[in-house]
Design a protein around this ligand. Structure first.
Ligand SMILES: Cc1cc2nc3c(=O)[nH]c(=O)nc-3n(C[C@H](O)[C@H](O)[C@H](O)COP(=O)(O)OP(=O)(O)OC[C@H]3O[C@@H](n4cnc5c(N)ncnc54)[C@H](O)[C@@H]3O)c2cc1C
Length: 395
């Protein structure tokens, strides 16, 4: 496994890092070091085996990698830019690593923090923050992906209890989760969508693993099957109703993805740059040929553009002005950029580029998932199309 970290700076072409606060620099350095020293040495093997290094989950908690932008319950309340930089560094390791922190922070801790009761917050936030508990987010169903408002999972009142039935699929971390935030329609309340905080040890909850993925292999994915699961009224998230519940979580997570994809592309670029100055053909380094230089110039430019967009989002988010459509634009653009540029990096590595000894092919493969989840590229086009024209084209 090759490394490009020690002693070398990462692509930061327009000096964005020069304007980081001390706290932001510290978080970036901490995450970079963690990724280089703890994660990367085995990244290729985890990808090949289809495993996630679960032993790192508590360490990531101790380092403050889960929802550090939230306040209270032992959470550090760092800036939105610091949170973004963290996602960038984790995804420079692997999209599976960033997905672990994104799901735990933005899709599980965020809704409990924003919409949960005091008891739910105290029960779950400290443990999730420390990585002593793992959470997952159940929205997608076998028959309802891009249009989750058609979900079939439902809850029905029975005395003081709710009985939950349904099936969720493609759920990151479900097989190793202690708690699932499950979105379901309340049949006793006009089919209103509500969030249910489900302890995965409850009778009737099963979380089968989905095997044989060819993308995001270093991430555990599964189903959540709910068969007459009995919950109390206290297990409902009291602070939100309707699709704005899950959609507001997705805005948080998509913000992290817009940053994270830059990290994957940057890591692939650094591998390609190092390879190009090292590998010789026709008597000189391949980086000395104009065709390869053009590729590096284009990659560096596209990565820099995406970095600028991510930094701008963090300013808007910090001051409370960030619109979901702006997040859609950044998710859509930055993931497409990473999907395209990791492919260019892969080709620059020739035959070696198709092995797990180098990161570009792994990142490229991961990008197929990142392009698809949290709203496919097409769905973000439609969100932007509606914002730009006032006309919805979803149906
Ligand atoms: C590895 C992985 C992890 C995931 N983790 C989670 C998770 O933790 N929690 C969770 O809830 N979900 C998760 N997902 C699910 C993910 O969000 C969905 O796969 C995604 O929303 C797309 O849904 P779908 O797969 O059902 O595709 P579909 O919605 O069936 O779409 C199929 C194709 O049709 C296109 N399409 C759909 N509607 C339209 C339209 N109106 N106009 C034009 N084109 C359209 C799509 O863009 C896509 O290309 C994960 C997925 C993967 C692969």
């Amino acid at each position: 496994m090759r490394h490009t970290f020690k002693g070398e700076s990462m692509l930061d072409y327009v000096d964005l890092e020069a304007d980081l606060s001390k706290e932001e620099q510290l978080i970036q350095e901490t995450a970079r070091e963690f990724v280089e020293e703890e994660f990367k040495p085995d990244a290729g093997e985890h990808f090949i085996e289809g495993t996630f290094p679960t032993e790192l989950i508590p360490e990531m908690g101790e380092l403050g990698f889960y929802a550090p932008n939230l306040e209270g319950y032992g959470l550090p309340n760092v800036s939105e830019r610091a949170y973004g930089l963290l996602m960038q560094e984790l995804e420079a390791g692997d999209s599976g690593l960033r997905s672990m922190a994104s799901v735990q922070g933005a899709l599980v801790m965020y809704p409990i923090h924003a919409f949960g009761s005091e008891e739910q917050k105290e029960t779950w936030l400290p443990d999730l923050g420390m990585g002593e508990a793992v959470g997952c987010f159940g929205l997608t169903e076998p028959n309802h992906g891009s249009n989750p408002s058609r979900m079939e999972t439902h809850a029905e009142k029975d005395g003081d209890e709710y009985v939950l039935n349904g099936a969720k699929t493609w759920i990151t971390n479900s097989p190793i989760s202690d708690v699932a935030v499950v979105w379901a329609k309340d049949r006793s309340d006009d089919d209103t969508v509500k969030g249910f905080v489900v302890d995965t040890d409850l009778d009737g909850v099963t979380t089968n693993k989905i095997d044989e993925k060819l993308s995001l292999r270093a991430s555990i994915t599964g189903e959540i099957n709910l068969n007459n699961v009995r919950l109390s009224e206290e297990d409902v998230l009291p602070g939100v109703e309707g699709m704005k519940g899950p959609l507001s979580c997705l805005t948080q997570a998509r913000y992290g993805i817009a940053w994270g994809a830059v990290g994957a592309a940057r890591d692939a670029f650094e591998e390609a740059r190092a390879y190009a100055t090292d590998r010789e053909q026709f008597g000189k380094p391949i980086g000395g040929f104009q065709i390869q230089q053009e590729k590096l110039a284009e990659m560096a430019t596209q990565i820099t553009n995406a970095q600028l967009l991510a930094h701008r989002l963090s300013d808007l988010k910090e001051r409370g002005d960030l619109r979901p459509q702006q997040v859609s634009m950044a998710k859509r653009n930055n993931v497409r950029m990473a999907r395209d540029q990791t492919r260019v990096a892969r080709e620059m590595l020739g035959g070696n580029g198709i092995t797990a000894d180098y990161s570009p092919m792994r990142h490229l493969s991961n990008m197929e998932t990142v392009y698809t989840y949290e709203g496919t590229h097409d769905i973000h086009s439609l969100i932007l199309g509606q914002d730009l024209t006032g006309i919805a084209a979803f149906e």
